[in-house]
Design a protein around this ligand. Structure first.
Ligand code: NAG
Ligand code: NAG
Ligand code: NAG
Ligand code: NAG
Ligand code: NAG
Ligand code: NAG
Ligand code: NAG
Ligand code: NAG
Length: 461
């Protein structure tokens, strides 16, 4: 399932090269064949590289061999020997980009991600009229995002993430009608998000996370937008969520807004995003109750709501009811663990995804249950390891469960007896999951049967 970055980049190159046949035709033949221009441009780039730790370019990019045989370079396969792809990703290179790169007029794919290039993007790159894929992510570029990027007529993928770009996101970016993926995350972009950014007709994924963007979330969407994923995490966005999100984004699968200052109630209309799988609203200033309608979303498997001003009592009810209901519906135990770990209240550090999915067994399932209800992790300073979290929880059962229950899960009022009993029963189950000897531990099917029983009993109240 996992592909290395390099492998996926190569797949991308292959796909783009295939599609290049679509537009390098007879018209292209009419242009001056000038592979020597390509060579001059690339040699200029080589001259601007100040560090090449693996000697990749210094030994390989030599004037005596055709540029088409240079490492990282691919030429058109038919008609011409012009450079169509430049892929220097993950080579540890340092340096700047020379204006001469604007002469690579057949270039469709440009990827120098994860090196330490710095400076700015030369305006001459705006002459690369065939560019479809442009990635400089994971470098040290600075300054404002150049508005001319919006004039590249075929641009589909634009990755400027993890650099030092600052200033506002240019309004003109909204005009790139061919753009499918936009990643500007992990920069120092500020001010408000251009109001028409979600209106790009081909846009499927947008990532503006980890910047200093402020103001409201844009509420203008084109109808039947293909948008699948919106990531605005860790900014300073505020105000209510737009009510019309789902009406206009029928395909939305991921909405990630953790770590902002959004307020108001969570709109119950979010349940109209019938494809929604990942909803992350934690660490904001949302208030009111959790909309019950979210329980209607059968596709939802990751939901983060922690660290808001949501009505506390509801969170326990939510985990005891909706959470268990969702668990019972899941087929595969890995997804199930992930779901369990992310229902209702969950600390934001779980948001990265990797942590939970690697703990798919019954034991960690039990620990996770304890973490959810106590708000404490085994690594918490009050414990010396998982043993003490387990002992602490166990000693509270069955009658003192209120003492270990995370205060953030409670409202000012005392929790009802029924809710404490629900928590107590679940934590009891959790301690069984955490039996030290694997052969004495319950199987996942037994855990599920138990959960089902808890639910039936609670349902009779
Ligand atoms: C440059 O690298 C390419 C790809 O690794 C290789 O095929 C080619 O032989 C190398 N050329 C020289 C002169 O080292
Ligand atoms: C980027 O490359 C460096 C080595 O050049 C490597 O240590 C680092 O893990 C890479 N970053 C990512 C995100 O792959
Ligand atoms: C390529 O571009 C540079 C700078 O943009 C220019 O000065 C130069 O004349 C061009 N070279 C060729 C060979 O076309
Ligand atoms: C976007 O394109 C339209 C029509 O081509 C043009 O009128 C408008 O000025 C452009 N907007 C920006 C911000 O570039
Ligand atoms: C958005 O970018 C951040 C940082 O580059 C990354 O960690 C995150 O996974 C991205 N979001 C999505 C939905 O891919
Ligand atoms: C975030 O926005 C609020 C207003 O909504 C403002 O008072 C605050 O200074 C901003 N914080 C940062 C770090 O920009
Ligand atoms: C958070 O919301 C409450 C109302 O629920 C409001 O009084 C408070 O000012 C908000 N805080 C911020 C930082 O927006
Ligand atoms: C969604 O859930 C609510 C309350 O949980 C229920 O009343 C409503 O009928 C559901 N709507 C749909 C469309 O399933």
């Amino acid at each position: 399932m996992e592909t290395t970055p390099r492998a996926s980049i190569n797949i991308m190159t292959a796909l783009l090269l295939l599609s290049l046949h679509c537009f390098i035709g007879p018209a292209a033949m009419a242009e001056q064949p000038s592979s020597s221009t390509d060579q001059a441009s690339l040699l200029a780039l080589k001259q601007h590289i100040t560090d090449d730790p693996e000697d990749l370019l210094s030994t390989n990019w030599t004037e005596t061999t055709s540029v088409c045989n240079w490492v990282g370079i691919t030429c058109g396969t038919t008609h011409t020997s012009r450079v169509t792809s430049l892929n220097l990703a993950f080579m540890g290179l340092s340096g700047t980009l020379p204006p001469h790169l604007g002469n690579l007029s057949f270039l469709a794919y440009f990827d120098i991600s994860n090196n330490t290039f710095h400076g700015s993007l030369p305006v001459e790159l705006s002459r690369l009229r065939r560019l479809q894929y442009f990635s400089v992510s994971g470098n040290s570029f600075e300054g404002e995002i150049p508005p001319w990027l919006a004039s590249l007529p075929r641009l589909e993928y634009l990755f400027l993430n993890s650099n030092g770009f600052s200033g506002a996101i240019p309004e003109s970016i909204c005009n790139v009608s061919t753009l499918q993926k936009l990643d500007l995350s992990e920069n120092q972009l500020a001010r408000s998000i251009p109001s028409l950014i979600f209106n790009m007709p081909m846009l499927k994924a947008i990532n503006l996370s980890s910047n200093q963007l402020s103001g409201a979330m844009p509420s203008s969407f084109c109808s039947e937008s293909p948008l699948l994923e919106i990531d605005l995490k860790y900014n300073n966005l505020s105000g209510d969520l737009p009510r019309n999100i789902c009406g206009n984004l029928p395909n939305l699968q991921g909405l990630l807004l953790t770590g902002n200052q959004f307020s108001g109630e969570i709109p119950s209309s979010l349940s109209e995003c019938r494809q929604l799988q990942f909803l992350s609203l934690s660490v904001n200033n949302f208030s009111g109750a959790i909309p019950r309608e979210l329980g209607n979303l059968t596709t939802l498997n990751r939901l983060y709501l922690g660290y808001n001003n949501l009505i506390g009592e509801d969170l326990v009810a939510y985990i005891c009811d909706f959470g268990i209901a969702k668990l019972l519906g899941e087929e595969n135990s890995m997804t199930r663990t992930k779901t369990l770990a992310t229902i209702g209240y969950m600390a934001p550090e779980y948001g990265s995804g990797g942590y939970v999915s690697t703990r798919g067994d019954v034991y960690s399932y039990g620990i996770l249950l304890m973490e959810i209800f106590t708000g404490k992790r085994p690594t918490d300073e009050m414990f010396s390891g998982e043993e003490s979290l387990k002992r602490w929880v166990k000693s509270s059962l069955p009658d003192a469960v209120g003492d270990v229950l995370d205060a953030k899960l409670l409202s000012r009022e005392e929790p009802t007896a029924a809710k404490l009993e629900c928590v107590s029963t679940i934590l009891e189950l959790a301690t069984h999951c955490c039996t030290e000897l694997p052969e004495k531990r319950m199987g996942m099917n037994d855990v599920l049967a138990k959960l089902k029983k808890i639910r039936t009993v609670l349902g009779q109240r």
